[in-house]
Write a protein that binds this ligand. Structure first.
Ligand code: HEC
Length: 137
């Protein structure tokens, strides 16, 4: 092999690696986008706090105990986020996926409503996930 073929082969290998890195994953990739690497700004945290109190607390309760006013009518009821055992079993990606795409996206109750407007706000989604995590500490 001369030098040129080496370079071409190397380039093809690099291109394949790149493709492999980007492809596959499907649904998981969507949720993964807002994973741990997402940086959360102070504005994101503020917005997440407001969203939690206005949207989520109705069912999940202000402190995430699953005791919001709307929870009485729900079956299954939202769990208590303070449950440390549950916190350990779920990934950040899972929590973020539930928040954006709703319960049915992870085989849970569709009464956990999706929040499609948050798809474009990974920082706010990450901040909401952080909030859900904070109730378990
Ligand atoms: C209309 C009521 C309702 C609202 C509003 C709501 N949820 Fe839920 N949520 C539920 C229910 C019910 C479940 C439990 C689903 C199940 O166990 O099948 C749930 C489950 C979840 C879970 C998964 C917990 C688990 O058991 O695995 C997360 C995370 C979550 N909600 C976050 C949120 C956040 C954040 C918001 C606000 C953006 C929100 N929810 C708004 C009803 C609601």
């Amino acid at each position: 092999m001369n030098r040129t073929t080496y370079t071409a082969a190397g380039f093809a290998a690099a291109a394949l690696l790149l493709l492999a890195g980007c492809g596959g994953g499907g649904e998981n990739d969507k949720a993964g986008k807002a994973g741990k690497s997402t940086s959360i700004s102070a504005a994101d945290r503020k917005e997440a706090h407001e969203i939690f109190n206005t949207r989520c607390a109705t069912c999940h309760g202000q402190f995430g105990r699953g005791d919001g006013a709307g929870a009485a009518a729900l079956d299954p009821k939202p769990r208590n986020y303070a449950d440390a055992a549950w916190q350990k079993t779920v990934t950040d990606e899972y929590i973020e996926k539930v928040i954006v795409y709703g319960g049915s996206s992870v085989g849970k109750s569709p009464l956990m409503v999706p929040n499609p407007d948050l798809e474009a706000k990974p920082g706010v989604v990450a901040a909401l996930r952080e909030k859900v995590r904070s109730f378990g500490q």
